[in-house]
Design a protein around this ligand. Structure first.
Ligand code: A2P
Length: 275
């Protein structure tokens, strides 16, 4: 697995298993994460708001994979940011995940109180309870609000990025600050995955390498140094999404995928959300 080096000096595996599951299948979290670990994933991305940290923790515990081989991300929920309860919420996550440290802790959305939350997260980082701290769904104005008073620069920003909304200017802005980028809903998420994964251009590129459109998208992210979090509840697809290290896209193919951009979000807009 390829790693990306974060500004903290720590490494993060470039592919992570996204652990947001619809409520109907959330009860299968332990089984799905167990399957991902068996397929070779070592980076798991969950959140307090996904309501499945206990299931993720159970899978990690039962897997027997050594703690230092795992990279576990969770996120501070909006409600906890608004209630100014960062520290308590962090301990709740730690307890449900059954871990004694978190590899990466993120502000989930820039909701009221996120600037104060960052200061609290810096303290938890300094206490060694979190190895890396970062943000999610931040636009330039959110960085402008946090960075002037920050002791620590966020290691990364987790944003929506897929061929329907490549988000290239935001990626370039973050990278210019030394902030890495992670892509959520890399395959188009629930709303757009069907259309994106049946796109002719991606199918054609994939046919050349004996890969499917999902694998082409994961590979596109790897080659543009964007950490990618594909998610699936299906064993075969979980395995496919990590089987992307035996082919290389040409520069022209990368540009063709970039050109699919329509700025169509599958998820909420960080400048206009109400949850
Ligand atoms: P499923 O769980 O049935 O596999 P994203 O990662 O962008 O949020 O998108 C995930 C969506 O894409 C899910 O609906 C998932 O459905 C589907 N998906 C994940 N991996 C693949 C794949 N390799 N081929 C086709 N669909 C996939």
């Amino acid at each position: 697995m390829k790693n990306i080096k974060l500004s903290s000096g720590n490494l993060i595996p470039i592919i992570g298993m996204g652990a947001y599951f619809d409520p109907e299948i959330r009860c299968n979290t332990e089984k799905i994460i167990n399957c991902a670990l068996e397929c070779g994933y070592r980076h798991i991305d969950t959140a307090r708001g996904y309501d499945n940290e206990r299931g993720v923790g159970d899978a990690l515990k039962k897997s027997g994979v050594k703690r230092d081989e795992l990279f576990i991300t969770t996120k501070l929920a909006n409600e906890d940011i608004r209630k100014r309860r960062t520290r308590d919420a962090f301990y709740e996550s730690l307890n449900d995940l059954q871990l004694d440290y978190i590899d990466l802790y993120l502000i989930h959305w820039p909701t009221d109180g996120y600037e104060e939350a960052w200061t609290e997260m810096e303290k938890l980082y300094e206490e060694g309870l979190i190895k890396n701290i970062g943000v999610s769904n931040f636009h330039k104005q959110h960085f402008d609000a946090v960075l002037p008073n920050a002791k620590i620069i966020p290691v990364l920003n987790q944003i929506e990025s897929n061929p329907g909304i490549t988000n290239v200017p935001l990626i370039e802005y973050c990278k210019g600050l030394g902030i890495e980028v992670e892509a959520w809903s890399p395959l188009g998420g629930g709303a757009c995955a069907k259309e994106i994964l049946s796109c002719e251009a991606l199918t054609k590129i994939g046919d050349k390498y004996g890969k499917n459109p999902a694998q082409v998208i994961v590979r596109w992210n790897i080659q543009r140094d964007v950490i990618v979090l594909p998610k699936s509840s299906n064993e075969a697809r979980i395995a496919q999404n990590i089987d992307v290290f035996d082919f290389e896209l040409t520069e022209n193919e990368i540009q063709m995928i970039n050109a699919l951009n329509k700025n169509t979000r599958s998820g909420p807009d960080p400048d206009n959300f109400n949850f």
